[in-house]
Design a protein around this ligand. Sequence first.
Ligand code: FE2
Length: 375
Amino acid sequence: MTDITTTAERPITEEADFLRIRSIDHLRFWVGNAKQAMHFWWKGFGFTPVAYSGLETGNRRSASYVLESGKIRFVVTAAYSPTDEIAAHQMLHGDGVKHVALGVDDVEHAYKATTERGAVGVWGPRETRDDNGTLRTSAIRTYGEVIHVFIDRTDYKGAFAPGYEPLDLPARGAGLEAVDHVVGNVQLGKMNHWVDFYHRVMGFRQLLHFDNQDIGTEYSALMSKVMQDGTGRIKFPINEPAEGKRKSQIEEYLDFYMGPGVQHIAMASGDILATVELLRARGIEFLRVPDQYYDLMADRVGEINEPWEEIAKQGILVDRDDEGYLLQIFSRPIQDRPTAFIEVIERHGSRGFGKGNFKALFEALELEQEARGNL
Ligand code: FE2
């Protein structure tokens, strides 16, 4: 048996970073009602709707809206027919992330290289065309029912993809600029399997490791390993539940999502105070840590640029490590089921994930879990 931790920590070489991912091109949610989901991201989180595909554009299968905020692109898609795969997915999981699409230069190479290393293919290299050019994609499976779509836009100049028409709707930006990380929840005992997948199949390496000691409270324990690509721009932490006195927050997710899936998407803001104030004013709900958190915070993290009173007023969390500090906040679940949520993050040198906040955060989370009858 190979030692997964050791192999995952092997330094990246040219060969290991064979995928050369350009960006997270988009995240596609499969939802029950794309029009209403579009309004949530638009009026709530400040994404601008930029493209649409549906009956009016000749798409008789599904309705999709493409939304952008800074470099972040979300797509929400819902089926017209109850027999569609999208409808079945939504029935089983509720709303959730289906595609984590990665921009690459060569979708054929990405497909061949990953499937040769053991990835399960979803579709092989494929071209779709319209008057705006040619879009190239291929796709492989990852944890749960989530897939990685490889996408090459070099020869495509349209709004999003063939079959989509541009929308002209007013921007309501809230300052969300880029995807910082996308976290997956997997079953107990499966974290190392997916860590190994991202290392062996995708050429990622392990950046960090959190165990029970770091992030256990009495109840909400989890284990987490952070995988990152060769460029360091793409970060995919993988969580699994850890044994606690009662139900782990990861178990609650797995029970309600009916399996593994995307737990949270962290998005960077250059001014988290302004972003969170705006989001709160629009009705976005965030987890609240106990007030005592702020009594101890100055001692724990030292000097920061932002005024303490403002940080406390907005309920923002602060953590510091050797490289700097970070500001972060977590939303309540963004759909009926206690599954996916959003993190807003502003980094000042720190490349961490807010380890120092885990305890306070999980205690806040457990209060909510208890209110849902799931502890
Ligand atoms: Fe996070």
